[in-house]
Design a protein around this ligand. Structure first.
Ligand code: F0G
Length: 370
């Protein structure tokens, strides 16, 4: 088998790259699709839920799919610096790919509102980290203003190459399942990822009806689907502009990754909902954290709070019958739980402290055996 180097090589025929494009890659993509077998038994739902664990990308989130493309194209165009506003994951990814490419990255983050793991990544990869006394939406506005005057390439999802990279998650799912699922659920912030997935599913469905050109590579030919899924976008209640039907001025949620009141892909996401006959939903912070814990405890999958929003949404909609039993549902788990250790520790019971003796250890073991 050929050494896996990343999604640009794997889906070259489906992406805007040429033979001379200098690919900046870290082996992103190719993430596992894990069926929630234990939760199905525990919660008695009659559906197949699979999670696409994007936390296993090189910097621990789905952003790497878009960043490999955005930085590759920035370098191809001769750019020496990239810039983004971020709730954390985009900054971590931008910093890593800029380091790999040998260019400078500037990242604007909301002071005090980004998970520690993400901040440590941006710092370690050598980004110029600018903390702003404002939220993500303020940062996004400033990035757009600054990029008009200064020679920096914006690598937020308004950069169209980001969505091109991110659409490949849909291709991988189709390859693994043999077709598109009935439903695909994602946590929604800027709504770039839900838009990107819809592009991917739409391309695969369109190809199924077209004749495959002769010059298509093997993997291109495999990614055909007979249908497109219904797209479900879930938000945290305190930060849910798609549920309110308007922008939210002061978004608040424990899921800081999706603490966004002014989604950049607002129009596109409404179109996705309409074209796919899907819907938006919201879950409270308590429900989100509860499901994050369920996934960690019963499935061995540790995702960050924002990511659990997709599964929390699907579980409720299954329970209420909105999603029919027997459905195949893919939920994207967008980021790794290690990104936000503070939130994880705050909701877990404290470790027991004992003397370093065999007796003390045995007594803890015995009191915890069923
Ligand atoms: N989940 C996680 C873990 C995220 O980091 C984000 C976005 C989303 C979901 C929402 O994705 O914006 O495409 O709808 N994080 C961005 C960032 C905003 O700066 O890291 P979306």
């Amino acid at each position: 088998m050929k050494h896996y180097t990343g999604l640009i090589e794997r889906y070259r025929g489906r992406l805007p790259v040429s033979a001379s494009t200098p690919v900046i890659a870290l082996g992103e993509g190719n993430t596992p699709l894990i069926e929630l077998k234990n939760l199905s038994r525990l919660l008695h739902f009659d559906a197949r839920i699979l999670v696409k664990f994007e936390g296993l990308n090189p910097t621990g989130s789905f952003k790497d799919r878009g960043m490999t493309m955005a930085v590759t194209k920035a370098v191809e165009a001769g750019s020496k610096a990239i810039i983004c506003a971020s709730t954390g994951n985009t900054s971590a990814s931008a910093a890593a790919y800029a380091a790999r490419a040998g260019i400078t990255s500037f990242v604007l983050i909301p002071e005090g509102k980004i998970a520690f793991g993400k901040l440590s990544q941006a710092m370690m990869h050598g980004a110029v980290v600018i903390q702003i006394r404002g939220n993500f939406d303020d940062g996004m506005r400033l990035v757009q203003e600054v990029a008009r005057d200064v020679p920096v390439t914006i690598v937020n999802s308004i950069n169209p190459y980001r969505l091109q990279g991110q659409k490949t998650a849909a291709f991988e799912i189709i390859e693994e399942l043999g077709d598109a699922p009935d439903f695909h659920a994602l946590p929604v912030g800027n709504a770039g990822n839900i838009t990107a997935h819809w592009i991917g599913y739409s391309e695969a469905a369109a190809l199924a009806t077209a004749t495959a050109p002769d010059n298509m590579s093997f993997s291109d030919k495999r990614v055909f689907s007979s249908k497109r899924p219904m797209m479900l976008g879930y938000q945290a209640s305190g930060s849910a502009p798609f549920m309110r039907g308007e922008m939210v001025t002061h978004p608040e949620t424990v899921a800081t990754a999706i603490r966004i009141g002014h989604p950049m892909s607002w129009t596109q996401a409404w179109k996705v909902r309409e074209e796919s006959s899907g819907w938006f939903g919201e879950r409270s912070d308590e429900e989100i954290l509860q499901v994050q814990k369920l996934l960690a405890r019963h499935e061995g999958v540790f995702c960050e709070p924002a990511s659990a929003t997709s599964v929390a949404g699907v579980l409720r909609d299954l329970e209420e019958g909105r999603i029919p039993s027997g459905s195949t549902i893919v939920c994207t788990l967008t980021g790794h739980g290690l990104k936000d250790p503070d939130t994880a520790i705050a909701q877990s019971s404290r470790p027991v402290s004992v003397d370093a003796t065999r007796q003390a250890i045995e007594s803890v073991i015995l009191s915890n055996m069923d």
